[in-house]
Design a protein around this ligand. Sequence first.
Ligand code: GLP
Length: 256
Amino acid sequence: MEIVVVADEGEFAAVAADQVCTLLRHKPAAVLGLPTGNTPVGLYAELVKRNRAGEVDFRRCTTFNLDEYVGLPADHAGSYRTFMWKNLFSGINLPATAAHLPAGDSGDPVRAAREYEALLAKLGPIDLMVLGIGTNGHIGFNEPYTAADSRAHVSQLTPSTIRSNSVYFGREELVPRQAITLGLGNILESRRIMLLAKGESKAKAIAATVMGEIAPTVPASYLQRHPAVMLILDGAAAALLHKPGEKPGRGGEAAG
Ligand code: GLP
């Protein structure tokens, strides 16, 4: 694993955006895997800025989001479709038909997951999978004990994920209990993976991902098996990767 610890928000977004832009320069028809959450918001704003400045072109690109809640209308304020259009898709020149998310509102989530799997099989593989991480080490909505070879599926959210994600819904009771997510198998089949994490609340999950045993209790630990994983972390998320007393460095650090 390549680990980059950045100094501030600006560097976090710039380093992550550089990875996307370099890929698209070399491969304009690349397939991107995209996450939601607070963590990638700066990256998305940076990509919008660079696209407007003509520095990156999404016209031939295809995107697959990792996940979507089950049962929310697509235009619901808490849906990941709404999040993606607000933060990225409306600001870049990606054709609307090239932006894919699971159909969480279809009424038949098992079938929607199967169709999402088939679409990825047809248009994939993913060239660069961008990931966030849950405080419990989930990636996408692959909660602890999800099989390492899992495909797109309906996931039952854990109480800790429901609690963490309640900030987007106001109250825990309003958070959907299920989501459709790409599986760990889909994620691990991506050519390259870039995991983003910010803040103290992610430090334990990051330490377990990088230095822990590969175990079903921490789904992100399976990333150790992938040959091309880059982690972009702020100092707080990287804090437990360092020996006591050692200060997190400014970027370009390699470990793991
Ligand atoms: C959700 C998403 C994950 C995301 C995680 C962290 O559970 N399904 O893909 O990585 O939240 O979100 P945040 O970046 O807001 O901490």
